[in-house]
Design a protein around this ligand. Structure first.
Ligand code: AMP
Ligand code: ZN
Length: 498
């Protein structure tokens, strides 16, 4: 199957070819663990997940790695960053997002990072983000790779790509790498000021070129600090990804690198300069694929506008007024094309809930009709072939979902075959657990014990003609998120997903 992805490096669609036959090495920039991940972060992460699951559907073995940024990149120096992290912990405690006592010392960056790493993994696993299920193997933490960062910086100095400035700070010399700017279009002559990004660059005058970026900063006073040949201090932000990609994927050149669009410059530009500067290769990743930003009801998500949502806010009903099943949020976040700005809306969530419900009901129906039988199916099946062909066109999810919706409505005369098709589609969509994959805790829209008890009470009340009690129980069930159907003799309930 011919696969195309839009490569930010060449600004065009390109046919995807892996370096090694049948294997894809893929790296995604991961979360900064100084706060909860928001739905915009997850939009970027889940597009990578969709890409990975699609590549697996068409037969690749995908080695996917994503880092956890627990070093903390500086905005305007250490004090500010730590104060900001500590004040966010306080804010989160106030709003109830972080329970009292959860982070004993909000001034300890290790405690903060540990807490939010765990929170990230919880949310990511609920959302069926496959790489999170492979933690820690495929999700390295930056603080465990300081030695590798030091080695890479030494090598960059040896190869003439980095230098120690007169104040002892180690910088990457962008002039030593003529390709600098190829990804973002920010070529050296266009760059007026530093490309340090989130890493503080207070000493512009010490640099050879204003765009030179920090690799190591000696700083005894820093809270997170390590020994190095350049003194006790901390690494720059960009170096962690170059090191973890090389160490974890075991190759100087990888197939795919993903991230949100804001990472193109300076972060990815600097990653390329470091990795290629070190390896001498012309490429770090052959395909650079970036997701556009998520908006909320048409606006940029921001704390000040009150439309800033974490994944757990959505799960817990803080956004829509009722709990949202993680499968619904996952579906909502993957259903629009990664290269269009996604608009997150309550209406969109409701639509997603309906689709997820429809899919789950179909599976239940097929399961009961198939009577334990399950067919074998592969991409030679025309429905699956159409589904995969749509995704092969730069992850055309709308096309794939159109194939799926038409298929849902078809007659399913061979339930064992339909069941197998369902499971294959779900290996990409991941809205229900399949062989340990997909969305954990996915309930099937049925009822739990408490709901079932109320339903039985309601049936008894109706038999006793106590309609007031029956109505009261019906209202309680509805308030608990159930859809209640009253028949002549039966009462059926179904938990709504959102
Ligand atoms: P961070 O934890 O800030 O380093 O961000 C993690 C990932 O989320 C990066 O790939 C960002 O590009 C991405 N990201 C941040 N904000 C948004 C947003 N509003 N929409 C989509 N992706 C985002
Ligand atoms: Zn990165």
């Amino acid at each position: 199957m011919k696969i195309n992805f839009y490569n930010s490096l060449t600004n065009q669609q390109e046919e995807f070819k892996s370096i090694q036959d049948g294997v894809v090495k893929m790296y995604s920039c991961g979360p900064t663990v100084y706060d909860f991940a928001h739905i915009g972060n997850f939009r970027s992460f889940l597009f990578g997940d969709l890409m990975r699951r699609f590549l697996e559907l068409v037969g690749y073995e995908v080695q996917h790695v994503m880092n956890i940024t627990d070093v903390g990149h500086m905005v305007e120096g250490e004090a500010d960053k730590m104060l900001a992290a500590a004040s966010r912990v306080k804010e989160n405690k106030k709003s109830g997002r972080v329970p009292e006592g959860a982070i004993e010392d909000p001034n300890d960056p290790y405690q903060i990072a540990d807490y939010y790493t765990k929170a990230f993994l919880d949310d990511a696993n609920k959302l069926g983000y496959k790489v999170a299920a492979e933690y820690p193997q495929s999700m390295p933490r930056a603080t465990d790779y300081i030695e590798g960062m030091i080695k890479m910086i030494e090598r960059l100095i040896e190869r003439g790509h980095a230098y120690v400035a007169s104040d002892g700070v180690v910088y990457y010399s962008v002039e030593s790498f003529p390709e600098y700017g190829n990804l973002s279009g920010n070529t050296m002559d266009k760059l007026q000021s530093g490309a340090g990004g989130r890493v503080s660059d207070q000493n512009q005058s010490m640099k050879k070129h204003p765009a030179d970026f920090l690799l190591w900063k000696p700083d005894q006073k820093h809270i997170m600090k390590w020994e190095s040949p350049w003194g006790v201090g901390y690494p720059g932000w960009h170096i962690e990804c170059s090191v973890m990609a090389a160490e974890k994927l075991g190759q100087d050149v990888i197939d795919i690198h993903t991230g949100g669009e804001d990472l193109i410059f300076p972060h990815h530009e600097c990653e390329i300069a470091q990795s290629c500067g070190c390896s001498g290769e012309s490429h770090f990743a052959n395909y650079w694929v970036h997701a556009r930003f998520l908006f909320v009801e048409g606006d940029k998500m921001s704390k000040s506008q009150g439309n800033f949502y974490t994944a757990r806010d959505v799960f817990e009903g803080k956004v829509t007024g009722k709990p949202v099943h993680p499968a619904v949020l996952r579906f909502e976040l993957i259903k629009s094309h990664y290269r269009s700005n996604m608009n997150f809306t309550k209406k969109g969530l409701t639509d997603s809930a309906n689709t997820v419900m429809k899919l789950i009901e179909l599976r239940q129906e097929l399961e009961s009709k198939a009577e334990g039988k399950m067919a074998e199916v592969d991409l030679s099946n025309p429905v699956l072939n159409d589904f995969a062909t749509a995704l092969a066109d730069d992850l055309n999810i709308a096309g794939a979902l159109a194939v799926m919706h038409t298929w849902i409505k078809s007659d399913h005369s061979d339930p064992a075959l339909s069941l197998a098709i369902w499971d294959k589609m779900n290996s990409v969509l991941a809205i229900a657990p399949i062989g340990g994959e997909g969305v954990s805790d996915a309930d099937d829209g049925g009822s739990d014990d408490e709901g079932e008890a109320m339903r039985l009470e309601m049936v008894a009340a109706r038999e006793a003609k106590d309609y007031a009690k029956s109505d009261e129980l019906r209202d309680k069930l509805i308030a608990a998120g159930y859809d209640v159907q009253i028949g002549k003799t039966e009462v059926t309930i179904k938990k709504k997903l959102a």
